[in-house]
Design a binder for this molecule. Sequence first.
Ligand SMILES: [Ca+2]
Length: 204
Amino acid sequence: MRVSAGVDSLPISVENCLFHGNQAGNGGAILVTVANGASTQKVQFRGITVTGNTATDKGGGLHLGASSVTLASSIVWGNSDGATGGGSGDEVYVAPIQGYAVAVQATLSRAAEGQFGDPSLLVNGGSGFAVGQLGNLEANPLFVAGPQGSWYLGKAAAGQCSTSPAVDPAGGAAASSVPWGSRTTRTDGKADSGALDLGWHYPL
Ligand SMILES: [Ca+2]
C-alpha cells in the first residue's frame, strides 16, 4: 500500500486492516510519502495488524515519510527488511526528514530489535515508540489461528493457554469507542469488550 498526497490534502485514515505477506523495496506493507512540495499531509493508522511482510531495503512493515503520521492501537510484528544497523527498520523505518513527526500510541511491537528506536523518530520530533509510554508494548502478540484466519489473539477464556498482551491493554480506549470494536479478535467469535484489543478484528 502506497499513500502519497499533495499539499493540503485531506487527512487519510486507515482503520482495522490486516497486512500480511507483502513485499516491496521500501515499506514491505505500507509506504507513506508525499508529493513534491507537500508539507501538511496527515496520515493515521488505527487498529491495523502488520505481520510477515518484507522489504528488500528499509521498513519491512512500514516506511514512513510524511508530515504527520500516527500509528495507534495496532500490532507490528514479525516483519523484516534488508537493511542492517542504525538505518534498519525491520518493523518500522522513519525517513529522517526534519519536521516530520511520527507518534506511536498503544501499539505492540518488537522494540527490542531497536527498530522503533530508530534515531530518526526523535530527530523528527515525534513521540516515537517508547515501551511503557503511551500504552506501547514490547511483547509477542501470541497470534492463533481461528475460523477465519491466522491472526486471532490468544485468550484463555476462548480456550488458549495464554492471553495475548494485545487483549484488553491497560488504560486502552473502550472497544465501544470505534466501529471495529464490535468485531472480534477471539477464536470463539465473541465480540471485543472492555478495552479495545490491539490490531485487526475479524467480522463476527
Ligand atoms: Ca477487549
